[in-house]
Ligand binder design. Structure first.
Ligand code: FAD
Ligand code: FES
Length: 425
């Protein structure tokens, strides 16, 4: 082999090697470009999906509440307690349009068409149920306790609406509901630490308030007192325990008034007693708080005045009644009846004029006592179903109404007369 042939072979080998290296380099570069392109696409896709979420949230917060009733479909049902007596219903609007936000603590008013199998007829029943989760753009949640007949009276019918929900409302069922409303809700005007006090199913508006505060980063200290009889009635147990373990600003006090044998202190509950002012005093430090209270009659009657007697400013106490059973009843004595000015209440459609009984809590109670048929729902000024035209005279309200009324109308369930009245009922 000549020197020139050897030189050509070496040159060709170097050329081939260089070409291979260039090709490998080009391939790698192309691969890198492709992967970079993919990454860019992913980032773009990711940021555009974030934008979607953002724009959804923005539109969610700017959606206006609807008027009248809107149709919802039940997305999901979930039992929340060991007794299977509390069921959550997740509701989405059938029109597919976004849901308006709401103030945590507010409720939905449902119009239900319930069949009576014995008469073969159906009747319209109006009931309010608090929203039990924070506002979300795609669904609302309510949690409903099945109401049995009163203790010792098993022959009386069980609660009509709550049992209808438990027995006849399934995934896919359709329901009519008014937009969220109510004056009992989280107040953000004062940045005070918060005490949420819930008895039994009174926990629902508190869950909405708590979940909203957690979502916002829990900048305010929250003390949560939840009272039930025992572990069988304890609801959303894992959710509350998990929040207490993961948020140092959230202090959970679960009270069982009559724990079962298998309920363990410090694991299932913290206090074997009812929620009381002495318990609040011994567990809260001495400073200003905002109190929110919702629970059964006995709890409301002892705690709300008890907080004021302890020195809590009435403006820092917010409470909600779940209907007549939990309203703080006025103590209207026979003396009051004797001392009150005589007044005549005329029910024009029924063609009856009756002397007002000052021991009656409301015009609704007075009408019912006298067998005058007036539609009613919540009996707490919330649902609007007892709205009646006030043809003549004036009324005063026992409490601030949540339902709005048409001009010249009043809510009989929370109204008392200021003088002679003519009502269209
Ligand atoms: C603002 C607001 C929010 C609410 N939020 C919730 C919530 O989040 N969750 C919840 O579960 N509830 C809530 N409630 C309560 C709810 O609206 C209903 O009042 C509750 O479900 C009972 O309704 P019902 O139709 O089942 O019972 P009803 O039919 O009204 O019966 C009530 C009770 O009367 C008894 N009764 C029936 N007939 C007679 C009779 N002839 N004589 C004597 N007693 C009789 C029944 O057995 C039952 O014990 C809320 C109420 C309000 C006002
Ligand atoms: S019964 Fe609901 S507002 Fe009177």
């Amino acid at each position: 082999m000549t020197t020139s042939t050897l030189a050509m072979i070496i040159f060709a080998a170097i050329l081939i090697q260089t070409t291979i290296l260039v090709l490998i380099g080009l391939h790698r570069r192309k691969k890198l470009q492709k992967s970079q392109q993919n990454q860019v696409t992913k980032v773009v896709q990711h940021s555009s999906s974030q934008e979607d979420v953002l724009s959804n949230d923005q539109s969610f917060n700017s959606v206006f509440p609807w008027s009248g009733y809107r149709e919802f479909r039940v997305l999901r049902r979930k039992m929340e307690d060991k007794n299977n007596s509390i069921c959550s219903f997740y509701l989405t609007p059938t029109d597919g349009k976004p849901l308006p936000s709401f103030e945590p603590g507010q409720f939905l008013t449902f119009k239900l068409q319930i069949d009576n199998p014995s008469s073969g007829q159906s009747k319209t029943v109006t009931r309010c149920y608090s929203l039990s989760d924070r506002p979300r753009p795609d669904y609302y949640r309510v949690s409903i306790k099945r109401v049995p007949p009163p203790v010792g009276q098993p022959d009386l019918p069980a609660g009509i609406a709550s049992n209808f929900f438990h027995e006849q409302v399934h995934e896919g069922s359709k329901l009519l509901a008014k937009a969220p409303s109510g004056h009992f809700h989280l107040m953000n005007d004062k940045n005070l630490p918060i005490v949420l006090v819930a008895g039994g199913i009174g926990i629902t508006p508190m869950l909405s308030i708590l979940n909203t505060l957690i979502e916002g980063g829990l900048s305010r200290e929250v003390w949560f007192y939840f009272g039930v009889r025992n572990g069988d009635e304890d609801m959303m147990k894992n959710h509350l325990r998990m929040l207490a373990e993961t948020h140092s600003n959230f202090h959970l006090h679960v009270c069982y008034s009559a724990p079962n044998e298998d309920n363990e202190e410090e694991i299932d509950y913290h206090h074997s007693e009812r929620i009381s002012i002495p318990l609040l005093r011994s567990t809260l430090s001495l400073k200003r708080y905002q109190f929110y209270v919702c629970g059964p009659q006995a709890m409301m009657e002892s705690l709300v005045p008890g907080l004021e007697a302890w020195g809590v400013d009435a403006n820092d106490i917010y409470y909600e009644s779940f209907g007549p059973a939990t309203l703080i009843k006025q103590d209207r004595s026979e003396q009051e009846r004797l001392e009150s000015e005589p007044m005549t209440i005329t029910f024009s459609s029924s063609d009856r004029s009756l002397p007002w009984d000052a021991t009656a809590d409301s015009l609704l109670e007075f009408a019912e006592t006298n067998d005058i048929d007036v539609p009613s729902g919540c009996r707490a000024g919330s649902c609007g179903s007892c709205q009646t035209s006030l043809i003549k005279g004036e009324v005063e309200y026992n409490q601030q109404p949540d339902a709005s009324t048409e001009p010249g109308h009043c809510l009989l369930c929370i109204a008392r007369p200021k003088g002679d009245l003519v009502l269209e009922a």
